[in-house]
Design a protein around this ligand. Structure first.
Ligand SMILES: NC(=O)c1ccc[n+]([C@@H]2O[C@H](COP(=O)([O-])OP(=O)(O)OC[C@H]3O[C@@H](n4cnc5c(N)ncnc54)[C@H](O)[C@@H]3O)[C@@H](O)[C@H]2O)c1
Length: 409
């Protein structure tokens, strides 16, 4: 069986790597010529642990091409294109539409599987959009950036949404060697599982951030609160880490899109509305604390440790650090930044001085803000940090220093 992949981003390439590792012939196509040229030369367009090695070890080399037709003519076509937020908060499905139209034109009746995160009802709407010329299924992806390959190879579960028995059987067959729970259902339910999962995780983060605010005021230790809660297996410890809000390319846009869907059918999702509002405050919190501590930030030197939205990736899409940098530049602060993986920033951040070590970023700094909990930051203690700075203000919304102190004890 041959596997076609449309879209060579995180999901497309992790999916390609996992099928290649299982011995399938895989054709990956993208409209981005630069990305494909990079892939053809053996390089990845982003950092993802272990991905290059999986491609290098594939028994059948993965084909990377700008020829979408080649991917569409495979036995199964996985649609892994982006679904960003539209201005009104809904998911912008134009890339999915374009991919589906291409596939319908060149390979009518193909099995076209939506791995992209799409609002419930999209598979059916796309089937109408292409006048029934594709057999469209939903197979949402749950991988986490930073361990995308491992997650694609060993997923927690496989969700298959198909409205035709024959399509379901093909998808069950393609995953037959993956020994994990499979949820087979119709397309709209599969699509909902993905949105509900991401929205729940985002809500969990906002919940602990709300609790953290209260802990701060009453003098309780939120780290211990989270630990005590997380030991209850009905709750679980994951996603109970307080921080500067959820970011990344998925949670913010998926929460917005689900709220938009709810509103459009007269079912407002009030918990998500609250989670979003808390998140906006959490993202702003480091800045508010800086102002509380330093007053007017004009001319103040602020060091920022960590730009990626989480450790293990160089992805800065919707990263909380960018909101902070933006505000600091507006205020006229002098900003230095260190991140071990993020190489370039958009031009709006050209005034941010990039440093090659965490200590370099601290030189003459009035304040330090730790925005990503990179493992290497845990090696620092307050004394070392303060010795390298001019000022004494450390804002640590990720609780890195507190956690490293706990780890040392
Ligand atoms: N990144 C994640 O961690 C993650 C996890 C699970 C699900 N998802 C979902 O998967 C989808 C893809 O996410 P991503 O992070 O991989 O996106 P991405 O932006 O990294 O990659 C998308 C790719 O699709 C390409 N593309 C656009 N239109 C195309 C077309 N018509 N034909 C072929 N290629 C086309 C783009 O050039 C781009 O390279 C999104 O819906 C996202 O919500 C992402």
């Amino acid at each position: 069986m041959t596997i076609g992949i449309l879209g060579t981003g995180y999901v497309g390439l992790a999916t390609a790597a996992s099928f290649a590792a299982r011995g399938f012939a895989v054709v990956c196509a993208d409209v981005d010529e630069k990305k494909i040229a990079l892939l053809q030369s053996g390089k990845l367009p982003f950092f993802e642990e272990g991905m290059s090695e999986v491609f290098a070890a594939a028994s059948i080399p993965v084909v990377f091409t700008v020829d979408l037709t080649a991917a569409c003519q495979c036995d199964i076509v996985f649609c892994c294109v982006g679904t960003p937020s539209a201005a009104d908060g809904s998911a912008d499905l134009s890339f999915v539409q374009s991919a589906a139209q291409t596939c319908a034109d060149v390979a009518p009746n193909a099995i076209f599987v939506l791995k992209s995160t799409v609002p419930p009802g999209t598979a059916r709407a796309m089937t109408q959009y292409v006048n029934g010329k594709l057999r469209i299924a939903a197979n949402p992806e749950f991988l986490r950036e930073g361990c995308a390959v491992q997650d694609a190879l060993n997923p927690s579960r496989i969700v298959i949404g198909a409205d035709q028995e024959s399509v379901l059987l093909v998808l069950l067959d393609v995953y037959r060697e993956v020994n994990v729970p499979v949820v087979s259902t119709n397309t709209i339910t599969a699509e909902m599982i993905k949105y509900a999962s991401n929205s729940f995780l985002a809500t969990k983060i906002s919940f602990i951030n709300d609790i953290a605010n209260l802990c701060d005021v009453i003098g309780a230790d939120v780290q211990s609160v989270a630990k005590g809660m997380g030991l209850d297996d009905r709750i679980g410890a994951k996603f109970l880490q307080p921080g500067p809000g959820y970011g990344g390319s998925c949670f913010p846009k998926d929460v917005r899109a689900l709220m938009h869907l709810g509103e459009s059918v007269g079912v407002p999702l009030r918990i998500l509305e609250a989670a979003s509002a808390v998140n906006a405050d959490s993202q702003r919190m480091p800045y508010v604390k800086l102002v509380d501590s330093l007053g007017d930030l004009h001319g103040k030197r602020v060091a920022v440790w960590g730009l990626a939205f989480k450790p293990g990736t160089d992805d800065i899409r919707d990263a909380p650090a960018l909101g902070l940098l933006r505000q600091l530049l507006i205020d006229g602060s002098v900003v230095t930044a260190y991140d071990p993986l993020v190489v370039s920033l958009p031009t709006e951040f050209a005034a941010v001085a990039r440093c090659s070590t965490p200590i370099d970023a601290l030189q003459n700094a009035d304040a330090l803000v730790i925005m990503t909990d990179w493992k290497e930051f845990f090696a620092f203690d307050r004394v070392t940090i303060l010795a390298a700075m001019s000022g004494t203000c450390i804002i640590d919304p990720r609780y890195v220093l507190k956690r490293s102190e706990v780890m040392v004890q």
